[in-house]
Design a protein. Sequence first.
Length: 124
Amino acid sequence: MDPKNFEIPTEMRKFAEQSMDQARKAFENFIGAAQQAVTDFEGRASVARSGAMDVGEKAMTFAQRNIANSFEFAQQLVRARDMQEVLKLQADYIKAQIETLNLQARELGEAAGKAATDSTRPKS
């Protein structure tokens, strides 16, 4: 098969786009429930409440961003015209995700460290 002549059929694109829309809606429902769970947890936290809220909010924000980026990538793949475009999109996505995950890990580590330090600090 010649990669230059590779083309995704219209019906397959339509099906993929519909599937992506359904997945996006399911994800939005999941995020709503997860945010409610985080809000409930934050309401019960006592000693490390502000630290837990910060870490929880960061994690939820990162998860939302990462999933949105994945959906965007999937949409781009569905619209790709040939195998070369698919490979380029994949390479770009992987590179961006590695950079993003490194930054997010650093931020979460800093927030968790601050929360731990704050929770062990004697009350004044």
